[in-house]
Write a protein that binds this ligand. Structure first.
Ligand SMILES: [Zn+2]
Length: 255
């Protein structure tokens, strides 16, 4: 998760377990506009074999379906728009579920699923380097049911909510921004997956274009601090949402 950062440095921030795994969340976002009930990202899903669940250490204490119900009162049938910032399995895994017959079907039967056309095309033709991150089970049935809507690199989901493509993690991942009442909430997706990645050289080893991640961070993070954005860190296990401050030329989370 930290690319070229030495283990001795990152283990102080994210202590690994005996299998070298660190704690990570999958912080999905729910937005109710009155007309639309929008879900941004769907987590890792529950189609995993016991072997893979064990390997990734997937903790089922707060499955998406249950937290959605307990926090928002909505069931899967109430969601009208699902957005994936990109189609890696830890962001799109909950797009689909297995039904009682064991078939894989869309998890949100009444939703339109929005994904950038470029990311979709990349997901269907990944490179050897990122192939393991793309599992067609997470979008195939959505495509077949007619619920998939392919979008531009930058587009407006509903007034105030925009998706914007930032290169780095790959060349087609999108971040999202929600503007309203003079406040911006910005979802960094995997550009800045955890608070630890606010530091400029802390860039994931998974990134296909790490220097482009760096450039995007250098542009966005000072702006986020200056303009007081609430920042959403999709994988942060402790503080998914916070503002940033600039301290002697260095940006850090304000907690
Ligand atoms: Zn991710």
């Amino acid at each position: 998760m930290f690319g070229v950062v030495p283990r001795n440095l990152w283990l102080r921030v994210c202590p690994p377990d005996d299998q070298n795994r660190i704690r990570m969340n999958l912080n999905c976002v729910f937005i109710d506009t009155g007309a639309e009930r929008i879900l941004i990202e769907t987590g890792i899903g529950d189609k995993w074999s016991p072997k893979h669940s064990e390997m990734y250490g997937i903790d089922r204490k707060q499955p998406l379906r249950e937290s959605l119900r307990s926090i928002t009162g909505c069931g899967p049938e109430d969601i009208t728009i699902v957005i994936n910032t990109h189609l890696h399995f830890d962001h799109a895994g909950g797009n689909t579920v297995r039904n009682e017959a064991g078939e894989i079907v869309p998890a949100f039967p009444n939703a339109r699923y929005f994904i950038s056309r470029a990311e979709f095309e990349h997901a269907e033709n990944p490179t050897e380097r990122d192939r393991a991150s793309y599992l067609a089970d997470n979008w195939q049935s959505v495509k077949e049911s007619g619920q998939l809507e392919l979008k531009d690199a930058d587009y407006e989901v509903v007034p105030g909510l925009r998706m914007e493509t930032y290169a780095g993690h790959n060349r087609t991942m999108q971040c999202w921004r929600l503007d309203g009442n003079g406040q911006t909430i910005f979802g960094f997706a995997d550009l800045v997956p955890m608070r630890a990645h606010i530091q400029l050289p802390w860039i994931m080893g998974y990134d296909l274009f790490p220097l482009e991640t760096l450039e995007a961070k250098k542009r966005l993070l000072p702006q986020a601090a200056r303009e007081g954005w609430m920042c959403v860190f999709y994988h942060d296990p402790d503080v998914p949402l916070c503002k940033l401050v600039e301290d002697n030329g260095k940006i850090r989370a304000e907690i």
